[in-house]
Structure formats: structure tokens, C-alpha cells
Write a protein that binds this ligand. Structure first.
Ligand code: IMP
Ligand code: MG
Length: 175
């Protein structure tokens, strides 16, 4: 049996809630009177999407897209694949892609190309977390919750091999 990894709180549920309220104000300012499409990348961004959508006043339409780029480990395989597509056309609509964390940027640079081809009226990114030190591909992020150091984090949607997603805080996973 390997020892149980230790979790250290990096960003508390309260800090997340307060920051999401600020991002919601910025989105309301930029997108009123709406509607705006919020497209969450499965599965990690679901919690951020759910809290952000309820903190906003702008009417939002909720969509999901599935991307696979990571295996079960902690680093990207470099390969990106669409595993679940949108149910609707986004042509002519204002769209915000909702992500849990931008790391190498491989996932989002691929996805933004795919979505831009569908001719949305506007296309932006909101991410809860950003690890700028790790960037390999340029990604333009409009709304960022927190910039964090190059540490592997779990909780609030983020997983390690599918575990820890339902922790209320963002925690560093120490092994
Ligand atoms: P990128 O393509 O390298 O930017 O990877 C983005 C994806 O990698 C995110 O959507 C996460 O699923 C995953 N990821 C990157 N860093 C972490 C982390 O620290 N914890 C958990 N998942 C991560
Ligand atoms: Mg993920």
C-alpha cells in the first residue's frame, strides 16, 4: 500500500466564492443584457460553471464540451481530442469558455480554434486557476480567478485520477 497523499489547502472555499462574485460583476458589465453562452469543459469546470452562473445576473445558457488531453497522470499527453461536442450552434452568439485550470495551454489553444471556426459573435475564456509558468501554447484568458504556482492541485472540480473533485477547497496534493 502506498501512503495516503497529504492535502494542503491553497485556496479556501470562501476565497473562491468571493473571487467568483468579482468575476460575475465583470461579466455582467461586459455582457448585459445577455444572453451569454457559458461552455464548461467537462468534467473539472462544472463546479466553477455552476457557481459563476448563479453569481451572475446576465441571463446565461449552459453548454458542455468534452476534451481529453490528460491521461490518468499529472502531465499532458500532448494529444487533444473532442470527446463530447456541443448540442447547439454557437454561430452569432456571445460565448465564454469555462475552464478549471490553464496549464500548458494545449487544451484551450486547440478548443479555441475549433470554436472560432463556428463563428460565434465573441469568444472569451474564464478560468478559475492559471499556472502561467507552465504555458507552452499562448492562450488569451479574459477572466482569471487565481494565478497559482507550478504545483499539482485538486478539489473544486480538479482531480487526480478522478479522485478529489468534490473537495470544497483547492488543495495542493503532496505525495
Ligand atoms: P493544459 O492543456 O495543459 O492547459 O491542461 C489543462 C487541463 O489539465 C485542465 O483542464 C485540467 O484538467 C488538467 N490539469 C492541469 N493542471 C492540473 C492540476 O494541477 N490539477 C488537476 N488537473 C490539472
Ligand atoms: Mg481535467
Amino acid at each position: 500500500m502506498s501512503p495516503r497523499p497529504a492535502l494542503e489547502v491553497l485556496i479556501s472555499a470562501g476565497q473562491i466564492r468571493a473571487r467568483i462574485a468579482e468575476i460575475a460583476v465583470a461579466i455582467d458589465r461586459d455582457y448585459a443584457p445577455g444572453p451569454v453562452y457559458l461552455i464548461a469543459i467537462l468534467k473539472g469546470a462544472c463546479f466553477f460553471l455552476a457557481d459563476l452562473a448563479r453569481a451572475m445576473e446576465t441571463p446565461a445558457r449552459i453548454e458542455f464540451i468534452g476534451i481529453s488531453s490528460y491521461g490518468r497522470g499529472k502531465s499532458s499527453s500532448g494529444e487533444v481530442r473532442l470527446t463530447k461536442d456541443l448540442d447547439v450552434s454557437i454561430e452569432g452568439h456571445n460565448v465564454i469558455v469555462i475552464e478549471d485550470i490553464v496549464d500548458s495551454g494545449v487544451t484551450l489553444s486547440y478548443l479555441m480554434k475549433v470554436l472560432a471556426q463556428r463563428k460565434p459573435k465573441s469568444l472569451r475564456i474564464a478560468t478559475l486557476l492559471d499556472k502561467p509558468e507552465r504555458r507552452q501554447r499562448p492562450v488569451e484568458v479574459h477572466y482569471t480567478g487565481f494565478e497559482i504556482p507550478d504545483k499539482f492541485v485538486v478539489g473544486y472540480g480538479l482531480d487526480y485520477a478522478e479522485d478529489y473533485r468534490n473537495l470544497p477547497d483547492v488543495c495542493v496534493l503532496h505525495e
